[in-house]
Design a protein around this ligand. Structure first.
Ligand code: RS7
Length: 662
């Protein structure tokens, strides 16, 4: 009874080992006993080594493969085992995916055929399933970060994470390296002063420019560009159709009629669907930070926009605080150049806060962490949803731990360099969590709710909806292979996964419109589409443009150093430069923006799954079809972009990763 064994070592740095590797084959009748896999030249990265395991007795049906790595004298070095392929005496081939680092603990693998819990036929496999979940729940625990904020993984430092989810050696090194380079490059050119005498000084600071960054530098003051960014800039998430003005924003038709087509009124334009609003009410009443004892300022603006017959989008009125009144004028494009520019700068700072904290941090990074921890704790490796989602969780826990330490901790970037600082940031995040609804995470629903179906030249929407459709088709192709509606209802592991996400991510908010349970395959597919869309496309949309649109500080100020104007007619060129963030805030923001938007090696674009977790034919075909579909949109976007003054590339599949790794 000879079993042929092929062992594949991962093709990553340091993956190989000279440890002694032992295997045990476990069948329904008996097991092979532990046998050594003798590899005289060791297991090296990318190696595929063959062995024979002989058994005197008949194992019955092969169920599990146990691996153990034992140190030689020099000490143990970790081994990254990719997979084990077993050919049985009858010639049957079984794949046992591993794809993880092996220290000194034993691992027990089962074959790659995905199975739902209630469809398990062998008591041994059911027991293995339960034990492996129990072990994972020891490895991955929830931790409460702060009141009203989604829970996090329980690990203060990356080294507290289990090795299988840590950065690979390559990525670790690269990360440290590129941060050092980014800080040096920028600091070397940093003038030793604390405020700006003119904006041309800032120009000397920007050493690496993209075409878009240069465009931003030239155009940041223009109203059309200011409007354009609400659709296709860094943050396409704030803008909504306005069919009725909020009571606290008393713009009259008289104020704005000169910016509307001749003879038209604001009411008429609202009715036609040409008026839009960005309302930063979540910033209401928040105190500005103190940086080096200097007061910083926040506004909570309302900004009204008009979609013109020429298909541009322009701001037509800005009020900087939420309470209407004489001390809170409504600024207009016809005001003095500096009044209007200052008003727009406060809107851009409000954008900075909404973008980084709500739409980037909370709605992509923190949610991705919730999905990851729930997947690790609640779904065993044999579960089809685990196999589907695992590549979409890669490196997410580690990047979030690093973000918590360097960006939002009480000694991190936000308290040191932004107007929102620490306390207001926490308050803001809590408010943002309350606004987290299921529908706002599902792009087709979100676009409808915001009334943005028709606004022209909205590439985030156009590309995003196509991507959503393709991801939905893929997820449906995979999951409907395993599930009927009744399987969905019976799958207690799946329901537990959903409950974890609701409890730890949405903090059981009853107003979130969150599904309490799944009853149909379609509901499940929509939810999983949302998960994959959020960590790939949505993250790319709000992350990848940070250097392009955030690298020119006046367009994305992290802080403002003068109070928002309470009267018109007082601002001068000096008011504008005194209001801009300090040199130090600017330099540090630019360094982070540069560092974190940098292309990394060791990345997998959406739809590339180099680790084989599914070996059945239908899921494999679905993966290929997904890749073909993605390539097709890629081409379509490329063609469209050739016709544009500013290409919109953030939703190109090639530019997005399977998971949040940066
Ligand atoms: C980034 O992380 O991609 C850049 C973040 C950034 C850049 C400049 C100012 C502020 C931020 C921020 C933030 C909060 C969200 C970050 C999650 C990132 C790993």
């Amino acid at each position: 009874n000879d079993y042929n064994i092929q062992v594949v070592t991962g093709e990553i740095l340091q993956a190989g080992t000279f440890n002694k590797i032992y295997i045990k084959l476990i069948g329904t009748e008996c097991n092979s006993g532990q046998q050594r896999l003798k590899a005289p030249t060791g297991f090296w990265p990318g190696s595929k080594l063959s062995f024979t395991v002989s058994c005197t007795a008949n194992l019955g049906t092969l169920l599990l493969v146990e691996l153990e790595s034992k140190a030689r004298m020099i000490g143990l070095n970790e081994w990254f085992c990719a997979e084990v392929m077993v050919t049985t005496p009858k010639g049957e081939e079984l794949l046992f995916p591993c794809h993880r680092w092996l220290g000194s603990e034993r691992v027990v693998l089962r074959d790659s055929v995905a199975t739902l819990r209630h469809k398990e036929t062998s008591p041994e496999l059911l027991a293995h399933r339960q034990e492996s979940l129990k072990a994972r729940r020891q490895l991955f625990k929830w931790s409460i970060y702060a009141d009203g904020i989604p829970h996090t993984v329980h690990a203060e430092f990356p080294c507290n994470l289990p090795p299988e989810v840590r950065f690979s050696f390559t990525k670790d090194k690269e990360f440290v390296f590129s941060s050092a380079v980014a800080f040096m490059k920028i600091n070397l050119r940093c003038p030793l002063k604390f405020s700006w005498s003119s904006l041309s000084e800032l120009d000397t600071l920007v050493c690496r420019k993209t075409d878009i960054l240069e465009y931003v530098q030239k155009n940041w003051k223009r109203d059309e560009f200011f409007g354009y960014q609400f659709l296709n800039g860094l943050n396409p998430m704030m803008i909504k159709r306005c069919s009725k003005l909020p009571d606290n924003f008393p713009v009259t038709s008289d104020m704005v009629s000169s910016f509307l087509p001749m003879g038209s009124t604001l009411e008429q334009e609202m009715e036609k669907g040409n008026v839009f609003l960005c309302d930063y009410e979540r910033l209401r009443g928040l105190d500005g930070n103190l940086i080096c004892k200097k007061q910083q300022y926040l506004a909570a603006p309302l900004c009204l926009l008009f979609s013109t017959p020429q298909e541009t989008l322009v701001p037509i009125a800005i009020q900087l605080f939420q309470e209407a009144g004489p001390e809170n004028p409504i600024f207009l494009p016809s005001d003095s150049e500096h009044d209007w520019l200052l008003a727009k700068m406060f809107v851009r700072n409000a954008e900075f806060n909404e973008h980084e904290l709500n739409f980037h941090l909370l709605r992509t990074h923190l949610l991705a962490e919730i999905f990851t921890v729930a997947t690790m704790r609640d779904l065993p490796a044999a579960h089809p949803l685990f196999k589907l989602l695992l590549p979409h969780t890669r490196f997410t826990l580690q990047i979030n731990i690093m973000a918590r330490k360097t960006l939002i901790s009480s000694y991190g970037y936000f308290p040191k360099f932004t107007a929102i600082g620490n306390d207001s940031m926490m308050e803001f995040l809590q408010r943002a969590v309350l606004s987290l609804t299921y529908s706002s995470l599902c792009l087709p629903d979100d676009i409808k709710e915001r009334g943005l179906e028709k606004i022209p030249n909205f590439y985030y929407r156009d590309d995003g909806l196509e991507l959503w459709k393709i991801i939905f088709k893929f997820v449906n192709g995979i999951l409907s292979y395993y599930y009927t509606d009744s399987d969905v209802q019976t799958d207690i592991e799946l329901q537990a996964w959903l409950t974890s996400i609701f409890q730890s991510g949405f903090l059981e908010n009853p107003h979130a419109g969150f599904p309490k349970s799944f009853s149909t395959v379609e509901e499940l597919v929509k939810f999983v589409t949302m998960v994959i869309f959020t960590v790939s496309a949505q993250h790319a949309a709000v992350n990848n443009g940070q250097f392009d649109y955030g690298g020119w500080m006046p367009n994305f100020p992290s802080s403002l150093q003068q109070a928002p104007p309470r009267r018109k007619g007082l601002a001068t060129e000096h008011t504008v430069s005194d209001t801009l963030p300090s040199v130090s805030s600017t330099v540090n923001t630019m360094a982070i923006v540069y560092l974190l938007c940098h292309d990394t090696c060791d990345r997998y674009a959406l739809g590339n799954y180099p680790e084989v977790h599914f070996s059945e034919e239908i899921p494999q075909k679905q993966i290929q079809q997904f890749q073909t579909d993605l390539l097709q949109i890629e081409k379509k976007i490329e063609t469209r972009n050739k016709t544009l003054e500013l290409p919109y590339t953030y939703m190109s599949p090639q530019n997005m990763n399977n998971s949040i790794t940066i």
